[in-house]
Design a protein around this ligand. Structure first.
Ligand code: NAI
Ligand SMILES: O=CC(=O)O
Length: 320
């Protein structure tokens, strides 16, 4: 009998075919609707492998319902949706998809930085709604990017890729991380600073840490109050790292100049969320890794991790 696998979303056909060759699969056959929790709870009961997305909460309660489960393969680098401690206790392997999305996510982060600094979305709306009557000296003016100081919190794979892009714009790069990255500091001529100094000195603050107990609300009222009035906050890491209520007040009071957000505490963000009422907030729907090539690579890697784990071989990227 083949091992059983549950796939929590319709992924491209070639990925499904690959998994289907080896395993008995069942799938939540939707592209834009996540599997309801009650369905997942039923489906997980007899499976050996789970192929899931960041939209699924794989907590202890769910894992308790899966006595046969050997592997949870997350199609993402971030795995804050999975209870790693519970998985480890149960001897369940958890895998993720680092690396293949690094450059694409750094591209989006820099694009969001540029769109926010130069008010691209607001300017596009201004033109289309017929407000553009003339060229005017201070019309839709934004913040300069070249030569500005960028502070990157979390100097991992994506943080480093972002720093390289910043260097291309002659930016001064500061970073804060759990540990120093001495060779990167030398290669990219960037400086390690404590978090408060980074917040005080940067024109752009970009968050690139994982979402962990230590990074919940890492940027709250106190941190925002340290930032320059002309500064811009960019978050493409995870929503809960920035306290959204505090961010709203800081933007409303002019304590910081603008924010570019790809990630939110609740996803999708509710359309009546106060942040969506502010013109100086650029929002996109968690599209950091969303290029066709990169999403294919992520799905392929997640499938490969799953296959290797179920064949008792070492997956390419093991979290636990
Ligand atoms: N918006 C999107 O679509 C995407 C978002 N992400 C997010 O980006 C995160 C980073 O991804 P990678 O760069 O591949 O991970 P990584 O593990 O290579 O880098 C994370 C860095 O953050 C540092 N860090 C962790 N906790 C910290 C703390 N409390 N203070 C300072 N630094 C801390 C680590 O030391 C590490 O250097 C992911 O965990 C995920 O949440 C990743 C891909 C796409
Ligand atoms: O948010 C996406 C990820 O890969 O993590």
């Amino acid at each position: 009998m083949k091992p059983k696998v549950y796939i929590t979303r319709r992924v491209p056909d070639e990925i499904i075919v690959k998994i289907e060759k080896e395993f008995d699969i069942r799938i939540w056959d939707e592209t834009d609707v996540p599997v309801p929790r009650e369905v997942l709870e039923k489906e997980i009961v007899d499976v050996d492998g789970l192929f899931c997305l960041i939209t699924e909460t794989v907590d202890r309660e769910l894992l308790e319902k899966a006595p046969q489960l050997k592997v949870v393969s997350n199609m993402a680098v971030g795995y804050n949706n999975i209870d790693i401690k519970a998985a480890k206790e149960k001897g369940i392997t958890v895998t993720n998809t680092p690396g293949v999305l690094t450059e694409t996510t750094a591209d989006l982060t820099f694009a969001l930085l540029m769109a926010t600094a130069r008010r691209l979305i607001e300017s596009s709306d201004y033109l289309r709604e017929g407000s553009w009557k003339t060229w005017s000296p201070m019309q839709l003016t934004g913040q300069d990017i070249y030569g500005a100081t960028i502070g990157i919190i979390g100097m991992g794979r994506i943080g480093a890729a972002l720093a390289k892009r910043a260097k291309g714009f002659d930016m001064n790069v500061l970073y804060h991380n759990r540990s120093r990255k001495l060779s990167l500091e030398k290669d990219l001529n960037m400086k390690f600073v404590e978090l408060d100094s980074l917040l005080k000195e940067s024109d752009f603050v970009c968050i690139m840490t994982p979402y962990t107990p230590e990074t919940i609300d890492l940027i709250s009222a106190r941190e925002l109050s340290l930032m320059k009035k002309t500064s811009i906050l960019i978050n493409t890491a995870r929503g809960g790292i920035v306290n959204e209520e505090d961010l709203y007040h800081a933007l409303k009071r002019g304590e910081i100049w603008a924010a570019g957000l790809d990630v939110f505490e609740q996803e999708p963000i509710s359309l009546d969320h106060p942040l969506l009422t502010l013109p100086n907030v650029v929002t996109v729907p968690h599209i950091g890794s969303a290029s066709i090539k990169t999403r294919m690579k992520m799905a392929e890697l997640a499938a490969e991790n799953l296959l290797l784990a179920l064949k008792n071989q070492t997956p390419k990227h093991v979290v636990v």
